[in-house]
Design a protein around this ligand. Sequence first.
Ligand code: B12
Length: 241
Amino acid sequence: MRPTRVRDTGRRRKRTDRRLGEWGGWMSSSGGAGAVYDAYLAALVAGDRRRCWRLIESVVASGASLEVVHQDMIQKALYEVGDRWERNELGVAEEHLASHISEWIMGLLLPHYSPTERIGRLAVISCAQGERHAIGPRMVADAMEVRGWDAIFLGADLPIGDLVRLTRVRRPDLVGVSITTRAQVPAGRELAREFAREFPDTPLVFGGQASAELRAQSADRVHVCRTLGDLAGLLDEVERT
Ligand code: B12
């Protein structure tokens, strides 16, 4: 059963949301946000997950929002790991370890931010069929939890038919699907067609690094929000209805 919708008190919107570079007092006492990021990246590449967590904890303690920790630390470091992997400066083992540490940290991080009040909205967040990059959509699901939504996160590579079946059963207010690699764009298009036919009133949102390639114009309720920031306006709209 769906939870009853509760009005937003505005409390969670007041959460401090300073970018890393703006943390005045903390910066002067610790050598700066850039230094913490550099130390985090070095620990991530070295596979030192405890040091990674201590650094993230210091950022949390300084009042950064979940969005800042996600994007300015975890995401930024993973993009750098990807670039180094592409240049053959890091191997697949280091990249796998960096992914694992990032996921472990995200699990520790969420309880520091989850609001107690729920707003009675349900989202289903998944990777497209064939898509194995699951950290980005997990960030989306976690961010929605912090916003007060209930977010069901389904992880990597979900077959189209299974997402359709779950949507039929759970009747979410929004479905978000992540596409990082171009090879998965056709699966995204097929999913959009299925949704247009079966769930014309359920917003279907595509995001992720290759989502802009998806020209999902088959239905008015299909959206492409490349980043989490792009999604905020749509969530405001869904929450008003
Ligand atoms: C870790 C990683 C992997 C891991 C993933 C493990 C895991 N548990 O997720 C594994 C080993 C599985 C992997 C495999 C591959 N990878 Co890889 N991988 C990466 C790496 C280093 C990090 C990915 C990541 O987590 N990024 C951090 C997250 C937080 O960022 P994000 O995904 O962009 O998410 C943000 C936004 O995009 C957005 N968003 C994401 N999803 C959604 C959804 C919605 C609804 C919304 C609104 C927003 C949204 O919000 C998120 C938060 O801000 C990237 C480098 C990179 N640039 O990302 C390469 C990268 C993505 N991989 C790449 C490649 C080539 C591959 C492989 C093809 C390699 C191979 N030959 O096997 C396979 C493909 C597998 C597949 N079928 O999907 C390339 C992709 C190039 C391209 N343009 O296609 C990259 C860019 C590396 C590079 N520099 O070349 N990879």
